[in-house]
Design a protein around this ligand. Structure first.
Ligand SMILES: *Cc1c(COP(=O)(O)O)cnc(C)c1O
Length: 324
């Protein structure tokens, strides 16, 4: 298997104990700082992009086409990575894509935040009306085909960078924390390559891998299983993860993807004031609200790792109501 890597992030990211939070919550809580990758504002997508861009360069790709929410952290990091690599990046975006019918707009806002950084990094953005994720994927295909019609060599990268190379990056990342022997690793989960990579690396071990859902889609573990199968075939292995092998907790998603939850906002404020660490309202704050809730229920025995997936620039998106 050829798996070229294009260096972007500073590894390993720090991993340290949260002493004040642990004392207050009565648990043994650690944090993995993928908010501190040192690349394009930080976040879990930098690791995935090292392998995705490595592949693109090996294949002589001229244009990368992807898609996501307007305030996507992935597209911000993709745009920066493509600029570094001399590849044109284009993305189809919706303010608030949905799975089950339109929600009234209560998202994090369209100005500033990641959008400001996308412009800085030179992303070509094609914005379309809010609709389903499937419609977003169709429009991405349309834009990719248009580039091909103009004779360009195009690579399509699925939402969130969740191709097998993204999952591979997280299987590798798992080795940065294996020696600690954590009992459970908890993190925000959405397009799946973070969860697939970690679950893949820790399959058959004592470490429980728990993704906190940021999309209200109970069937996402089926997609995770497909991605794990792709990783198996790329690596010539047979770990064979099934949908039921993924612990995917839908209890903290709130009203929908991209819509901040009350518990998440409380967790965000609490961690800021307890540890001086910033979370984001769409992903990491919801995941951390699970830690606070489960600690209170006495459900977090042993050594717990919160894998901070980043997203902090979204905190600076301007909401029309003035509230974030
Ligand atoms: C993309 C993202 C996630 C989810 O990671 P996936 O690999 O897509 O499941 C979690 N947190 C933040 C901040 C993200 O940007």
């Amino acid at each position: 298997m050829s798996n070229p890597r294009y260096p972007l992030v500073l590894l390993p990211t720090p991993c340290h104990r949260l002493d004040r939070a642990s004392a207050i919550l009565g648990i043994d809580l650690w944090i993995k700082r993928d908010d501190l990758t040192g690349f394009a504002g930080g976040g879990n997508k930098g690791r995935k992009l090292e392998y995705l861009i490595g592949q693109a360069l090996a294949d002589g790709v001229e244009v990368i086409v992807s898609c996501g929410a307007l305030q996507s952290n992935f597209l911000r990091q993709l745009a920066a990575a493509c600029s570094c690599a001399g590849i044109h990046a284009a993305a189809v975006v919706m303010e608030e894509p949905f799975e089950y019918g339109p929600a009234p707009f209560e998202g994090i806002g369209r100005e500033n935040g990641n959008v400001r950084l996308d412009q800085l990094f030179g992303l070509e953005m094609v914005e379309i009306e809010n609709d389903t994720w499937d419609h977003l994927f169709d429009e991405m295909e349309r834009v990719a085909s248009e580039f091909e019609d103009r004779g360009k060599k195009v690579m399509r990268i699925p939402v969130g960078g969740s191709a097998w190379q993204g999952a591979y990056a997280f299987a590798e990342a798992a080795e940065e924390v294996r020696e600690f022997g954590f009992d459970e690793i908890i993190f925000a989960s959405s397009s799946g390559s973070t969860q697939v990579g970690l679950a893949y690396a820790f399959a058959g071990s004592q470490t429980k891998i728990t993704g906190i859902a940021c999309d209200p889609e109970p069937e996402l573990p089926n997609d995770f299983a497909k991605l794990a199968a792709e990783l198996d075939s790329a690596l010539g292995r047979s770990v064979g993860l099934q949908a039921s092998d993924f612990h995917f907790d839908l209890g903290y998603v709130g009203d929908g993807y991209g819509i901040p939850s009350e518990a998440g906002d409380e967790a965000l404020t609490w961690l800021a004031r307890t540890e001086g660490i910033l979370l984001d309202p769409v992903y990491s704050a919801k995941a951390f609200s699970a830690i606070i809730d489960r600690a209170k229920r006495g459900e977090l025995p042993g050594m717990i790792l919160f894998w901070h997936t980043g997203g902090v620039p979204a905190l600076f998106a301007d909401h029309p109501s003035g509230v974030n």
